[in-house]
Design a protein around this ligand. Structure first.
Ligand code: NAD
Ligand code: ZN
Length: 348
């Protein structure tokens, strides 16, 4: 029986289709993967529902999906780090490896990066997919390909917690209990945070965060950012050393600043409106550092080690599972904001 390559493609805003595409051969330094699992991320849903995120506009049909893991099916020329049959997690952004940022090791800032399912680059929600072998990470036998796919969001939190300086005893506020807030909760705890407090406007998301080990939760009920900051301070007995903002909501970003102790650090992970009014003098005179993060850099090996060693358990994040053939159904569910991580299985 000849193989076919069922593939999920966003044609334009509101137009997601499943179609057979050609099976590509791996180029030099690449591997061809038989895809196993791809998680759905908010950005995938957004490209489908809005046809764009900021300046990234779907102008031509784009294969969706970037949280993937698969099995090596073919080796391109020169590949020595992997062999056929290896199960791997796919780091979706392949940088140029030549520019100033790449040479500094900050390859997430590479202006030439090719990133799965960020237009115009294709993603990997398909049966077969080719990727640079050095951006594929072999999974130990006891780590599943679902966990491999979850290395993607987990890597975002490894980068955020590193940029934030989370360490033994840190008291950390995480704003927003979506998948990204939840992985930040798990990573902060794994890094030794003494107290992690998490906020959301949705009580069910906070319940879920509690089940994952949040020490405290705060239901945001007021649009006054000081109200929420005061609640956080009342629970912690002090302001947080570190705040990791994972909602992108302007009131929450303001809360993040007010709730952070003098000399502390706010890391902005959530991306909402491009321009946001902030209590910037408050941050300045209290020496609260405000840092951004862009995806992750050199984080996959750490994220994998965290899972393989049992320091972090990401398995409970997967609340729904679908087959590749059910992709449209899975995206509909994701659009409704149901569940936490929706996982698609691409195996026949
Ligand atoms: P999500 O939409 O599932 O989660 C956001 C959560 O924030 C939701 O649970 C929502 O109820 C909550 N929220 C909304 N308003 C709030 C408020 N005022 N206070 C507290 N919580 C509030 O999204 P996600 O997949 O978890 O991603 C979170 C954010 O991280 C998104 O903005 C996404 O674009 C961004 N992101 C950034 C990077 C990066 O590299 N910087 C990488 C991945 C994701
Ligand atoms: Zn580069």
């Amino acid at each position: 029986m000849t193989d076919t390559n069922l593939t999920a493609i966003v044609y334009k805003k509101g137009d997601l289709r499943l179609e057979d595409t050609e099976i590509k051969e791996p180029g030099p330094g690449q591997v061809q993967l038989r895809m196993c699992n791809v998680g759905i991320c908010g950005s995938d849903v957004h490209f489908w529902t809005h046809g764009a995120i900021g300046d990234f506009v779907v102008k031509a049909p784009m294969i969706i999906g970037h949280e993937g893991a698969g099995v090596v099916n073919k080796l391109g020329s020169g590949v020595t780090n992997l062999k056929i049959g290896d199960r791997v997690a796919i780091e979706p952004g392949v940088p140029c490896k030549c520019c100033k940022f790449c040479k500094q090791g900050r390859y997430n800032l590479c202006p030439h990066v090719i990133f799965c399912a960020t237009p115009p680059d294709h993603g990997n929600l398909s049966r077969f997919y080719c990727h640079d072998a050095d951006f594929c990470y072999k999974l130990p036998d006891h780590v599943s390909t679902e966990e491999g796919a979850l290395l993607e969001p987990l890597s975002v939190s490894v980068h955020a917690c590193t940029r934030a300086g989370v360490t033994l005893g840190s008291r950390v506020l995480v704003c927003g209990a979506g998948p990204i807030g939840l992985v930040n909760l798990l990573t902060a705890k794994a890094k030794g945070a003494a107290d992690v407090i998490i906020t959301d406007i949705d009580a069910s998301r906070l319940e879920f965060a509690k089940s994952l080990g949040a020490d405290h939760t705060v239901l945001v009920t007021s649009r006054d950012p000081l109200d929420t900051a005061n609640k956080v301070e009342a629970i912690l007995g002090d302001k947080a050393d570190i705040t990791i903002e994972c909602s992108g909501a302007p009131p929450s970003i303001r809360t993040a600043i007010f709730a952070t102790a003098p000399g502390g650090c706010v890391v902005l992970v959530g991306l909402g409106p491009a321009d946001v009014e902030l209590p910037i003098v408050n941050a300045a005179v209290r020496e609260v550092d405000i840092r951004g993060i862009f995806r992750y850099v050199n984080c996959y090996p750490t994220a994998l080690a965290m899972i393989a060693s049992g320091k972090v358990n990401v398995k409970p994040l997967v609340t729904h599972r679908f087959k590749l053939e059910q992709t449209l159904e899975a995206f509909e569910l994701a659009k409704q904001g149901k569940g936490v991580k929706i996982m698609i299985n691409c195996e026949k």
